[in-house]
Design a protein around this ligand. Structure first.
Ligand code: URA
Length: 236
């Protein structure tokens, strides 16, 4: 059971003080009856709560897929630069959201944003070994020896040993490769490319486990994950 003002604030209806004013003003109904007590305790999934006549679609946690654009940082808030959370439309904003793992500022593509810490852990924990799939455009071709080196586990600068990766050619003429990794070392794909004398020109994440980037999402757009997407196997 939670307090009415807390429920409304947690669902992005406004700040705690804003939602209190709405409740006092009689704009909030519970099962069709105006409720003016901010401290009314209820189980949100068992009641129909509405604000200004609009039913609240209660979700304990939010699970969002974003097609991250270049230039946004993978953080919740930063007073100097635009974050991925700043880009969310008002309907998907609420306190406590954070990106699951990090993509570099210049990396684009699939980023999950949630406020469910346990779910985030199941994706990012090194022990879970979730495959992350990238489409990497390099400054030149990888030869067979390079591909073998990366797929057997590259040693990247500083002597860090990577786990074996899966590397496939997507567009040989334009040096575009699909690279799948099961870990998330700092700048890992860029440093793996460097380890074979190549530079990453563009990097896009296309999948996390079995969850693939929705091609209908333009860069910077986001939507909630469907129930099916949220429960897809992340380990494979
Ligand atoms: N590897 C990188 O180098 N950058 C990313 O953003 C993700 C993986």
């Amino acid at each position: 059971m939670e307090r009415l003002d807390k429920i409304l604030a947690s669902q992005g209806a406004g700040t705690r003080s804003e939602v209190r004013k709405m409740i006092w003003a009689g704009r909030v109904t519970v099962d069709g009856e105006i409720c003016r007590s901010i401290d009314r305790r209820l189980e949100p999934s068992e009641h129909e709560i509405a604000v200004g006549g609009v039913p609240l679609c209660y979700r304990k946690y939010l699970y969002i897929m974003m097609n991250k654009p270049e230039g946004a940082v993978s953080a919740s808030n930063d007073s100097h630069v635009q974050t991925v959370v700043d880009l969310l439309p008002p309907s998907l904003r609420r306190k406590g959201l954070f990106p699951v793992g990090r993509l570099d500022k210049d990396t684009t593509g699939l980023l999950i944003i949630t406020d469910d810490g346990a779910f985030a852990h199941s994706v990012t924990s090194p022990g879970k070994k979730v495959f992350k799939t990238y489409r990497a455009t390099l400054d030149g071709a990888l030869d067979e020896a390079d591909m073998r080196y990366l797929s057997e586990g590259a040693v990247i600068d500083g002597g860090e040993q990577c786990l074996p990766a899966q590397v496939a050619v997507l567009d040989g003429e334009n040096f575009v490769y699909e690279i799948k990794i099961r870990e998330g070392k700092y700048h890992q794909i860029k440093r793996m490319a460097q380890s074979v004398g190549r530079r990453v020109v563009a990097l896009e994440r296309t999948a996390v486990g079995a969850l693939t980037l929705d091609p209908a999402l333009d860069r910077g757009e986001a939507r909630e994950l469907t129930e099916r997407e949220r429960t897809l196997p992340l380990t494979n």
